[in-house]
Structure formats: C-alpha cells, structure tokens
Design a protein around this ligand. Structure first.
Ligand code: IDP
Ligand code: MG
Length: 148
C-alpha cells in the first residue's frame, strides 16, 4: 500500500487547522500511520527542501518551517500520493481550487499551510527523513468498506 509524507506547516498549526486537515484525510479513507508535532531544526528543514536550495525563496522557506511547530504525518492508502496532492491543491493558494486545503485556507505561496510528497521516490525519502522506521502498522476495520 502506498504511503505519503504530509506536514502541516507552522501557519496551519498556528491558525488552528490541524483538526480540519486531519479530518479531510481521515474521511477520504486514508489511514494514519505516523503522527507527531515537533519543532523542526534548520538542518532537517534544509534537508527536506534540499531540491530548492538554489532558489531565491530557500532561506525564507526554511525560516518559515522552523518558526513554530509543525505536525508531521504519514498517511497510507491506494493512490494516496497523488490524491493527497489533489486534496492539498496547487502550490499557490490563489490558484488552488476551492474545496482544496490551500484553496480554502490560503492566500500566498509563502504561507501555503501544508506539504505533501509529490512522487513515490520523494515520499519514501521524506518518510525516512522524518520518521525513520517509526511508523504504526495497524489494521483498520474500515478496510473492507473502503476497498473491494
Ligand atoms: P509544493 O509544496 O506544492 O510541492 P514546491 O514548488 O515544491 O511546491 O515548493 C515547496 C514550497 O516552497 C512551497 O510549498 C512553498 O512553501 C515554498 N515556495 C515555493 N515557491 C515559492 C515562492 O515563490 N516564494 C515563497 N515560497 C515558495
Ligand atoms: Mg514540492
């Protein structure tokens, strides 16, 4: 089963959106297999966003991610990586569709509430980076009502 790394960024936590965001993933049918609130070190934020290190917004992005606690999660389910990106919406919240998390709650790209892995390879490396092997493997009683 596919897994995706999802992080509620500091603005999402500060604005009290944690419950709503978790609820969206939960009611969609995905299974929560990792969850922790944490303050992020500069090293971890830089490693997570290493692909963007040459971009002009990199320092501001890292400063934002370490400015207050985040909620890091791993969600599991069929097609969860692509589906989570749809639930999250486009990177720029003004271009995200209403009904998506960024579309409903955000205005600017530099405060876009949530991160979601963009492909199987990045999902795997991000889960390793943030959780190591510390995931919860459990069986949901809803499984037969979600999958045929
Ligand atoms: P994604 O989060 O939708 O995958 P990416 O292009 O991978 O978007 O960018 C990573 C994060 O970097 C964005 O979610 C956003 O927080 C930040 N970011 C991207 N572009 C800009 C920008 O032009 N200004 C400020 N922050 C940006
Ligand atoms: Mg990205």
């Amino acid at each position: 089963m596919e897994k995706s790394f999802i992080m509620i960024k500091p603005d999402g936590v500060q604005r009290g959106l944690v419950g709503d965001i978790i609820s969206r993933f939960e009611t969609k049918g995905f299974k929560l297999v990792g969850l922790k609130q944490m303050s992020v070190s500069r090293d971890l934020a830089e490693a997570h966003y290493a692909v963007h290190k040459e971009r002009p917004f990199f320092k501001g992005l890292v400063d934002y991610i370490i400015s207050a606690p985040v909620v890091a999660m791993v969600w599991e389910g069929e097609g969860v990586i692509a589906s989570a990106r749809k639930l999250i919406g486009a990177t720029n919240p003004l271009e995200s569709e209403p009904g998506t998390i960024r579309g409903d709650y955000g205005i600017t790209i530099g405060r876009n509430i949530i991160h979601g892995s963009d492909a199987p390879e990045t999902a795997q490396s991000e889960i390793k980076l943030w959780f190591g092997d510390d995931l919860c493997d459990w069986e949901s009683v809803m499984q037969p009502w979600l999958y045929e």
